[in-house]
Design a binder for this molecule. Structure first.
Ligand code: GLN
Length: 337
């Protein structure tokens, strides 16, 4: 099975973020509005995540020209968790082209929670998409390198290139997660039994490490802006992945980035995004910029409650929803010839 899309250059949607003052005001408003919301609960399936201050809240928006707007705890560092899946998917796609992961993992929503075993069983061992744990394990197993150490080096340098600075492992989160990892170990064994991965122990370890990398909301915004900028990190100027890989990654995020709530997210926010159980969300406005939010209280699918509210606010205020349009008029066509 191939992805069925032609990987040729495609016309790029145009338009930038509004000017700096307008973005700064929208960030401040989104922060104030969402800060009042203390719905949701901090994740507790990984013991060290349960210890975080639930009131932490940070937002960052990064333009594709590299300009950034921070609010609140935008520099506070937390473990990236499932948001790593988006960037590891991009690195593996870059290495092999789109069809390998399309065949081995897929791009369709499971409609089930991120750590569902049933989703695998219902689909003859096919992990369905790279943003749930099964598909992420199958994706991480494909990272280039002859040994797990070389694969880890690729993940670390690759995600650091997206962030534009050297990221570090949170040893405590890694230890805590490794000690409470029975479900991921079971998923990896199940995938092994279906011939989907070869070394479940090494794969779970790599995956757990990638989830334990420390990032801030500011980092997430720069990482998202790199996907928004055809793969060029707008702060460092480094081409991290190709334009085609960005396009594929954003398509996968739009349908699966918020797990079984991806449809509701797309309806409300209208942009591709990826959440993690530590409370981060990265959102991408293609061609315009990236948004990073962090707030540890989660809704039922494991997505940050304030993070989603703040991102929805920014999408509306800055005109980012990719599905929004207005009626044609000759004036609106001015300047487009
Ligand atoms: N490391 C976490 C896990 O596997 C990531 C899950 C998430 O962020 N949704 O349980």
């Amino acid at each position: 099975m191939t992805s069925g899309i032609e990987h040729v250059a495609q016309r790029v949607a145009t338009g930038l973020l509004p000017d700096r003052a307008e973005v700064a005001e929208a960030v401040a408003q989104a922060y104030e509005e969402a800060r009042a919301n203390d719905d949701g609960d901090v994740a507790d399936h990984i013991p060290s995540l349960a210890e975080v201050d639930p009131d932490l809240f940070g937002i960052c928006v990064t333009h594709v020209d590299g300009g950034c707007h921070d609010a609140g705890d935008a520099e506070f560092e937390f473990s990236i968790q499932s948001i790593s899946k988006a960037f590891v998917y991009a690195l593996v796609s870059e290495a092999y082209g789109p069809d390998v992961l399309h065949e081995k993992v897929g791009v369709n929503n499971t409609g089930l929670p991120f750590n569902s075993v049933m989703a695998i069983e219902l689909n003859d061992g096919h992990p369905l998409n790279p943003m749930v744990n099964a598909g992420a394990l199958a994706t991480t197993a494909q990272v280039t390198g002859d040994t797990p150490d070389e694969q880890w080096d690729r993940i670390l340098t690759g995600l650091s290139a997206f962030a534009g600075r050297p990221l570090e492992l949170d040893e405590e989160v890694h230890r805590s997660e490794a000690g409470a990892n029975q479900r991921n170990e079971a998923i990896a064994r199940l995938l092994e039994s279906y011939g989907r991965i070869e070394d479940p122990v090494a794969t779970v370890d790599l995956y757990t490490k990638q989830c334990s990398l420390r990032v801030s909301a500011h980092d997430l915004a720069v990482m998202g802006a790199t996907l928004a900028d055809g793969g060029v990190n707008p702060v460092t100027g480094e081409q991290v992945v190709s334009e085609q890989v960005c396009r594929d990654t954003l398509a996968v995020l739009a349908s699966t980035g918020m797990y079984e709530k991806s449809g509701e997210w797309l309806f409300r926010v209208g942009l591709p995004g990826k959440s993690g159980v530590s409370g981060g969300i990265v959102t991408i406005a293609p061609g315009k910029g990236g948004m990073g939010v962090f707030s540890p209280r989660l809704g039922s699918a494991g997505n940050s409650v304030r993070g989603e509210q703040a991102t929805a606010h920014l999408s509306r205020a800055l005109g980012l929803n990719i599905f929004a349009s207005g009626p044609y008029s000759p004036q609106s066509a001015d300047g487009q010839a």
